[in-house]
Write a protein that binds this ligand. Structure first.
Ligand SMILES: Cc1cc2nc3c(=O)[nH]c(=O)nc-3n(C[C@H](O)[C@H](O)[C@H](O)COP(=O)(O)OP(=O)(O)OC[C@H]3O[C@@H](n4cnc5c(N)ncnc54)[C@H](O)[C@@H]3O)c2cc1C
Length: 388
């Protein structure tokens, strides 16, 4: 196998594969090598994601990424087919529903103005309308809700596999090995070295290592504000069935649930220490989440906890938003990480953007320059209200 590439990507998750796919789809003719340490993607964030796709962000850059990605997910099965095999991803458009109390209502009213100005089809409902819309809910403490109809969820593992398959078909080489470090010479990247000491040469290296991206960058002396943050999700079955498929529903507490065929997936983003922690705590469901569910609907009183899983956010602890950027102090070093819980849905736009930055030296489709790594130095942070 040749040890020379035109471009190397560290990490083989959804971001990496979307970048490789978009590069080739945009006409790139170089050799791309993708390094993935976890061949079965057991601990990668992507397959552990909840798969939520929504438009309801509060900043222009995130809304535009959502709109682009939503369109791509609508036609994904056909666009990403390989040899006439459709890329089936189970995209269910059940919508996103935000339940609002007196405190959150004014905040969402402000966000809706931004969303509407950019063409997002958000609907604001009062308490009675919310009750009509979702009869099984207890709405006593609610002032109303916001519904995002062009939203829902898709199967992250299927999306990842489709990107990988398509990228391979277009010419990307996946190498199932762990990168020890990125190689540099006088403020320029020159390739990567694996844990076995093998060296691969390339003038461009992309850090797409998800929750591991902060530690990888530190190895070449470049700090980026990314740490692994544990999240837990649980799958339940209720004795009393709901009258329709449940949208991705956010409680004012931050606890959320959504229907997945006959089951319901629930989670809650509480504060936990950073770290590579994959331990599932059933007591978290029983003691913290279940009481919130039961307070929201009688239908959650009798339920069976069927399974659960943990996963790591590639968490940007400064402003909770992506970094899609080159680096002013390291020629040939590109970064795509920090999505903090909204990377799955933004992968199509993020990959397209980085492909443009690498090939053209600028963003064309969406201006992703607000997500540059330089924002941390200049303190031009992207303060997104609608991240959970
Ligand atoms: C529980 C949970 C729920 C989520 N829910 C949603 C949601 O509803 N909607 C949404 O949009 N997003 C959601 N996300 C976020 C989303 O999953 C991530 O932002 C996205 O998957 C990140 O993709 P990635 O390719 O950067 O990371 P990953 O999928 O983790 O890929 C990075 C890869 O790099 C590999 N790697 C790391 N270091 C090295 C190295 N040194 N050498 C070789 N390989 C390496 C890893 O093995 C990994 O496979 C959720 C995440 C979690 C954990």
């Amino acid at each position: 196998m040749t040890k020379k590439f035109d471009l190397i990507i560290v990490g083989g998750g959804i971001m990496s594969s979307s970048v490789a796919y978009n590069l080739y789809n945009d006409g790139y003719t170089g050799k791309i090598g993708i390094f993935e340490k976890d061949r079965g993607y057991e601990y990668s964030s992507t397959p552990r994601s909840e798969g939520g796709i929504r438009q309801t962000f509060s900043t222009e850059v995130n809304i535009k990424m959502s709109q682009y990605s939503y369109k791509k997910y609508k036609t994904f099965e056909e666009d990403m087919k390989v040899d006439n095999d459709l890329a089936v991803i189970d995209f269910n458009e059940n919508g996103y529903l935000y339940l609002l109390n007196e405190q959150s209502m004014p905040i969402f009213k402000d966000i809706i103005k931004i969303q509407k100005s950019l063409g997002v089809k958000t609907n604001l409902m009062n308490q009675l309308e919310t009750q009509d819309f979702f009869p099984e809910l207890n709405v006593d403490d609610l002032a109303g809700s916001v519904f995002d109809p062009e939203a829902g969820s898709a199967d992250p593992y299927s999306v990842l596999q489709a990107y990988v398959k398509k990228s391979k078909q277009l010419g990307a080489t996946y190498i199932y090995d762990e990168v020890e470090t990125i190689l540099t010479e006088t403020s320029k990247v020159t390739g990567v070295q694996t844990v076995n000491g093998e060296r691969y040469i390339a003038p461009i290296v992309v850090n797409a290592a998800g929750p591991w991206s902060g530690d990888l960058s530190k190895k070449i002396g470049i700090e980026i504000p990314i740490k692994p943050l544990k999240r837990q999700l649980f799958s339940i079955d209720t004795a009393d069935k709901f009258s329709k498929e449940i949208p991705f529903t956010f409680d004012p507490t931050g606890m959320h649930f959504r229907g997945e065929r006959s089951k319901i997936v629930v989670g809650w983003a509480t504060e936990v220490p950073f770290g590579y922690d994959f331990k599932l705590e059933k007591s978290f469901f029983e003691e913290e989440i279940w009481p919130l569910l039961a307070a929201r609907s009688n239908h959650f009183e009798r339920l069976k906890l069927e399974s659960g899983w943990t996963g790591l956010y590639d968490y940007n602890y400064v402003d909770c938003n992506a970094i899609i950027s080159d680096h002013p102090e390291m020629e040939g070093y590109f970064i795509i990480t920090g999505f903090s819980g909204h990377g799955f849905q933004h992968a199509p736009a993020a990959g397209k953007g980085l492909s443009e930055l690498i090939q053209l030296g600028k963003f064309e489709t969406i201006d992703l320059s607000p997500l540059s790594v330089e924002r941390f130095k200049s303190n031009k942070l992207i303060m997104e209200t609608a991240v959970f």
